[in-house]
Design a protein around this ligand. Structure first.
Ligand code: NAG
Ligand code: NAG
Length: 281
């Protein structure tokens, strides 16, 4: 409306249809949140992406996992009525896998006030938990000769995150903690470590059960066990038990040694007799 200054009041000169003024406001950087605690592979988990302060209300939210789009339901834009600015919230559900220690989730926002999309990221390693697989082996494998030493090895494979505490049990009782190695990282980002325990295969330990127990990420323990079998045969280095048997019983017989000694004495006496006979006229 255009006015002219009058003496008592302003006088209208003319008016038009007017011009619509729109406010364009950029959305804030998207923030991605995940589940409150870690989840194991195969468990469905949800993630939420939020952004606010934008206008007009039209906005596009896209989810990507390692760069590949994920199907997600329509985002929720609030408030529902006309407003100066709006906020958005989008959720996506996905099932974790053991290899997700290196995966990244991205929430991408496109809006008319933006020259380029805005992105918020979330590392899936933050919420992933892969329990370890345990395997106990022994060296030597099979029965161990009495009083020889045997080394039990526990392989703790493919766990995430890194924190794992190991213990050894003998017949259910905690024993020497053994020698755990430093965890090594696998190509998929999970970890593997091993621990060994050396014991003497005494007769009392025959049929003893040795258990390796792992407590990972404050979860209930996982374990694997093996039974020590002590063989009756004493170990003879360099001889295999089957063939050493006969020879051993012969050489360990006292009669054989007495026989050998008697033979030496008789020979000595005979030689002395011959010498004395030859020396005397
Ligand atoms: C385990 O340890 C307890 C206490 O040290 C002991 O009394 C018990 O006999 C042990 N059990 C076995 C099976 O060795
Ligand atoms: C250990 O136990 C097994 C089975 O009971 C038996 O055959 C073996 O002779 C035992 N070994 C010793 C050294 O006692």
């Amino acid at each position: 409306v255009k006015f002219k200054k009058g003496l008592r009041a302003d006088e209208e000169i003319g008016s038009g249809a007017g011009t619509a003024v729109s406010v364009s406001a950029r959305p804030s950087a998207p923030s991605v949140s995940g589940p409150p605690s870690r989840a194991e592979p195969g468990t469905p988990v949800t993630f939420t992406c939020t952004s606010g302060g934008f206008s007009p209300r039209d906005i596009t939210v896209t989810w990507l996992k390692n760069g590949a789009p994920l199907p997600a339901p329509q985002p929720r834009v609030l408030p529902e009525h006309e407003s100066v600015s709006y906020s958005v919230s989008s959720t996506v559900g996905l099932s974790l896998s053991a290899g997700d220690a290196r995966s990244q989730l991205t929430c991408q926002i496109e809006h008319s006030a933006l020259a380029a999309p805005l992105r918020g990221t979330y590392n899936l390693s933050q919420v992933l938990r892969v329990p370890p697989r345990l395997r106990v082996g022994s060296d030597p494998a099979g029965p161990v000769a009495r009083n020889k030493s045997v080394t039990f090895t526990c392989r703790v494979e493919g766990f995430y995150p890194q924190g794992t505490s190991l213990s050894w049990l003998e017949n259910g009782n905690e024993t020497d903690p053994g020698k755990p190695s430093r965890p090594t990282e696998n190509p998929d980002g999970t970890f593997t470590l091993q621990s060994s325990l050396e014991v003497r295969a005494t007769e009392q330990r025959n049929q003893s059960v040795f258990t390796c127990r792992a407590v990972h990420d404050s979860q209930p323990p996982v374990s694997d066990s093996t039974t020590l079998r002590v063989s009756l045969l004493p170990a003879e280095p360099g001889k295999d038990p089957a063939s050493s048997d006969a020879g051993q019983s012969l050489f360990s017989s006292p009669a054989l040694w007495i026989g050998l000694l008697l033979e030496k004495m008789l020979t000595g006496a005979f030689l002395l007799f011959l010498f004395l006979r030859g020396a005397l006229p």
